[in-house]
Design a protein around this ligand. Structure first.
Ligand code: MG
Length: 309
């Protein structure tokens, strides 16, 4: 089996074992995106974004289809009550899976105009939903239903489902796509995938300081991703940044140093931590990184996870 890990900095050795292997858990999707972990049954829900379906994997049940069609659902996350919240590129909305099984539109407009096509989201510890809004569901025929762009740009929004308040927090990016907070939520990382179809466009991750949990300031480039561009990203409990790229999941220290790569044979789109189960006292604790890439879902064992689990 080819080696999955490339180490550029010894700090990576504490994060992932140099002999760890990448496991392909599922394939057959048109374009895998947006994995979210359910600790209750050790399962992953993810989007077949271009196949217009929502899928589920578990070690016991293998793969099942949860929604077909899914209105081009993209990024997925769980709210503070454990409900699935998602970006709907087709409906140009943030949606939530209600306890009665319905998918409810939480927000689809800002200042009376339709959103572009929400792509990825995170839920902050105060329950607010922060999401990116590039136009791919409008411009790309396999990512939505088309239509006119009504917003003047591609922004990152803060939306409060408790009050309905919505406003942009990041307005200085070209195609904001993936996003994640640092463990203490003092920093916000946002990837820019403009290089995907804009020649010379950015292919980097920007970092912002969060002010009062409501705004961001002092945005700057955290790292430039090559080859390809970053899409989804996650930050572990130590502040290390894991980002998708064309050839791998790349790992960066909080100071921006690239520590290494987890090589993936298909183009990775998104990732999430999970699999934290077992007993830490008896040493059976297991943590994994789940990666959506190309047609597939992959996993690799890690020595780190996120703070929410
Ligand atoms: Mg994305």
């Amino acid at each position: 089996m080819p080696k999955a890990i490339e180490i550029y900095d010894d700090r990576l050795r504490a994060i992932v074992h140099s002999d760890a292997s990448l496991q392909q858990l599922a394939n057959g999707a048109v374009h895998s995106e947006g994995p979210v972990y359910f600790h209750e049954d050790d399962s992953i829900v993810w989007s077949d974004a271009h196949g217009n379906r929502l899928l589920r994997w578990s070690a016991t049940d293998n793969v099942s289809v949860l929604r077909d069609p899914s209105d081009y659902q993209s990024g997925n996350y769980r709210d503070l009550e454990g409900r699935l919240v998602a970006c709907s590129s087709g409906l140009r909305a943030i949606i939530r899976h209600e306890d009665d099984g319905e998918w409810k539109i939480l927000v689809d407009r800002y200042q009376g105009k339709r959103l572009n096509s929400p792509n990825d989201l995170v839920v902050k510890s105060d329950g607010t939903i922060w999401f990116t809004d590039p136009p791919y569901g409008i411009t790309e025929p396999n990512q939505g239903y088309g239509g006119e762009q009504e917003q003047p740009g591609s922004y990152v929004y803060r939306f409060d489902p408790a009050t309905g308040e919505i406003y942009p927090v990041v307005t200085d990016m070209v195609r904001p796509n993936g996003l994640a907070f640092s463990p203490d939520e003092s920093l916000l990382y946002v990837s820019d995938t403009a290089a995907f179809n804009i020649p010379g466009g950015p292919h980097h991750i920007r970092i912002y300081e969060v002010v009062d949990g409501r705004h961001v300031t002092n945005g700057r480039v955290f790292c430039v991703i090559e080859p390809g561009q970053p899409d989804g990203l996650r930050v572990d409990e130590h502040g290390n940044v894991f980002t998708s790229s064309q050839d791998s999941v790349q790992v960066y220290a909080p100071d921006g140093t690239q520590l290494g790569k987890i090589l993936v044979p298909e183009i990775s789109t998104n990732l999430t931590f999970g699999g934290k189960e077992g007993d830490s006292l008896s040493g059976t604790l297991r943590e994994r990184l789940f990666i959506t890439a190309g047609h597939s879902l992959y996993a690799i064992d890690l020595n780190t996870g996120d703070v929410q689990q």
